[in-house]
Design a protein around this ligand. Structure first.
Ligand code: PNW
Length: 482
């Protein structure tokens, strides 16, 4: 490119596609030797999901996988992000437990079919569906010594079975959600918390931080294994994906400016600082003192630098005010109401999400400056308010989701082309409406409508928008390399 020419497209090798997770789409819970995950029984307990429904069928994608791939191909995605079900591959989960050949065969065939359609598999090893047997045996993520070994063995089985074809690995999806929602607020499996109205067991002041520590170490030792035993032959990349939303001070008071940083320290820095910078954030140590576990020097060597890229899941922006007693938000209060009483953006179906695309650009810049690694946006999306109660034809006209993606794609382009942020991939969440965890099937994040009576899939306007946008905005010929 000559100096007078200004790039106006994303680079040719920019990856885009849609994302899903095993428990949210597969169903077929008792098929082909699958063991239970912690979400199987949890989602069946009264009151745990909004509509009382579980993941037994979901979008039936274990059976309908060929149709799913045909639709992805029809959309023309470059890549598909999906997760593997640990308990399909190792039904009891543990390092000495048998591997299930039918679980391996399913994912192997799936990966082959993606590749035949020219779709790059982007694979998450762990998207929240811990084998139930490991939770029962030793408390799952609460038991660092056991879980790290069992997780590494699971990762090894996957690298061995699929690594000849899979070149993009994510170890974990959203450690903050695993720790806080599962062991702090108790709203996600395994549903532990100090709130005895909700959870028979748990300690919200200690367990989330212990779980987070185990997740970081399991990730880091799996990456060490990949780098030492697989990378030379397989040549893939491996990293972790973290959730985290932009934090904007409520106003310019110094306390609220500081509060916004505290919010980022706990939402993102808790995991990103050890993994990319080699230490927990100072603010977390100050807030938690002896409740924050420590890494041994040997562990820290493994943790620091253990992700080849920055995997980013992000949905919204929070206005941050100093105060409150919620440690999970860094003792910061979140709101979507500006000081002048107006809303930050369009409200989604879930309370925690409003549309504010400027925040996405700020977050990309913040992450790039602080962690200095290429960014893969592995989730981003919107659930239209009351979409579940609309007739299909109306639901397909998902204007609020289209507007969300219009704003986000403009921010993405500005961050890459104007700010110079190195973003390499973007995966809208989600390919399909699916089992939205504690929300059951009420909250719909799909760019494809799923009629749960018939399992028919219908592209929404947002899918059409994204397909066209990425078609128009990725460079066809790589002029940069000339
Ligand atoms: C992510 N929050 O979860 C997950 O990775 C997906 O599996 C999920 O379907 C998607 O986002 C939509 O919710 C989140 O409370 C769950 O801020 C909750 C929050 C954020 C992300």
């Amino acid at each position: 490119m000559t100096s007078t020419e200004v790039a106006n497209k994303l680079p040719k090798d920019f990856i885009w596609g849609f994302a899903t997770a095993s428990f949210q789409i597969e169903g077929s819970a008792n098929v082909d030797g699958r063991g239970k995950s912690i979400w199987d029984d949890f989602s069946k307990q009264p009151g745990k999901t909004m509509d009382g429904r579980d993941g037994d069928v979901a979008t039936d994608s274990y059976r309908l996988w060929k149709e799913d791939i045909a639709l992805l191909a029809q959309y023309g995605v470059k890549s598909y992000r999906f997760s593997l079900s640990w308990s399909r591959i190792i039904p009891l989960g543990g390092r000495n437990d048998p591997v299930n050949p039918r679980g391996i065969a399913f994912y192997s065939n799936f990966i082959n079919a993606l590749l035949e359609h020219g779709i790059i598999p982007f694979v998450t090893l762990y998207h929240w569906d811990l084998p139930q047997a490991l939770h029962d045996k030793y408390g799952g993520w609460l038991n660092k010594d056991e879980i790290v070994q069992d997780y590494i063995r699971y990762a090894k089985v996957c690298f061995q079975a699929f690594g000849d074809r899979v070149k993009h690995w994510l170890t974990m999806n959203e450690p903050w959600c695993i720790s806080i929602l599962g062991y702090g607020r108790g709203v996600f499996a395994p549903g532990r918390s100090s709130d005895r109205g909700r959870s028979p067991e748990g300690n919200s002041s200690t367990e989330p931080w212990i779980v987070g520590h185990s997740v970081i170490l399991s990730h880091a030792y799996a990456v060490k294994l990949y780098r030492e035993e697989f990378k030379a032959a397989q040549g893939g990349q491996v990293g972790i994906t973290l959730n985290g939303d932009w934090a904007m001070p409520y106003n310019d008071s110094p306390q609220n400016v500081e509060a916004a940083q505290h919010a980022l320290d706990v939402a993102i820095g808790w995991f990103a600082d050890p993994i990319y910078l080699g230490h927990y954030p100072g603010y977390m140590k100050q807030m938690l003192r002896e409740r924050l576990p420590e890494f041994t020097p040997e562990e820290l060597k493994v943790v620091k630098g253990s992700s080849d890229f920055y995997g980013m899941n992000t949905y919204t922006t929070n206005l941050c005010r100093d105060g409150g007693d919620d440690e999970f938000q860094g003792l910061v209060e979140y709101t979507f109401i500006r000081p002048d009483g107006t809303q930050l953006g369009t409200q989604a179906h879930c309370a925690w999400l409003q549309d504010y695309p400027q925040g996405f650009r700020h977050l990309l810049n913040y992450i790039w400056k602080r962690y200095k690694l290429p960014i893969y946006v592995t989730e981003n999306g919107f659930a239209v308010k009351d979409e579940h109660s609309k007739p299909i034809e109306e639901a397909l006209q998902d204007d609020d989701r289209v507007n969300y993606f219009k704003g986000i794609t403009a921010s993405l382009k500005a961050a890459v082309l104007e700010d110079g942020v190195d973003v390499r991939a973007y995966f809208p969440w989600s390919f399909l409406d699916n089992f939205e965890w504690a929300d059951g099937y009420v909250t719909r994040f799909g760019v494809t409508y799923v009629d749960y009576e018939t399992q028919q899939r219908y592209p929404k306007e947002s899918a059409k928008f994204l397909v066209k946008w990425f078609g128009d905005n990725i460079d066809a010929d790589d002029r940069k390399s000339q």
